[in-house]
Design a protein. Structure first.
Length: 172
């Protein structure tokens, strides 16, 4: 259940980040744009998620030249997070229903591990950028913690605090 809750937390944080980033597009009237202050922009602790989300690195696929600007896959990192956390929840639910065969479980587990490793590498890269520019983003910290938890649980074969996907081999 912890794995599912952490994945759901990451999904909620990613959806909120996406809302903050796309606010001006969703609500184009000037009054709405001028009056909007994201909850994650907290002056008392010098946290500004909106400035972090608007950085070039906030569109990782474009930043690394994987897609050009304006391409359909030139999406904010938060959209990638939505896909990642949704996939992790589906992975958990598929494994917990018990109807999937061993081969399907193994495949699902491998895909989840690869996705988690990619998300964690991206988190480390983004953390180093935030540290180098001395920015603090509370939403980012939350998603990085979710990524670390998911990575740990998947790579130690502990989705629910106990080992899972033990494949029993027949003795020949």
């Amino acid at each position: 259940m912890q794995f599912l809750l952490v994945s759901l937390t990451g999904l909620c944080l990613s959806l909120y980040a996406l809302f903050v980033e796309l606010h001006d597009v969703l609500y184009p009237d000037q009054e709405s744009i001028d009056s909007f202050v994201p909850l994650c922009d907290i002056a008392a602790i010098k946290a500004s998620c909106s400035s972090v989300f608007s950085m070039e690195e906030g569109h990782m696929l474009r930043y690394f030249g994987i897609v050009p600007k304006g391409h359909i896959f030139d999406v904010p990192n938060a959209a990638l997070g939505v896909v990642f956390y949704t996939s992790m929840m589906l992975h958990y639910l598929l494994l917990s229903n018990g109807k999937q065969g061993e081969g399907g479980k193994r495949f699902s587990k491998t895909i989840a591990k690869v996705m988690s490793l990619g998300a964690s590498v991206a988190s480390l890269w983004l953390i180093t950028i935030l540290i180098s520019i001395k920015e603090f983003c509370i939403v980012c910290v939350g998603t990085h913690c979710c990524n670390a938890f998911i990575l740990y649980r998947l790579w130690t074969d502990r989705v629910e605090g106990k080992r899972y996907l033990k494949v029993k081999r027949k003795a020949n």
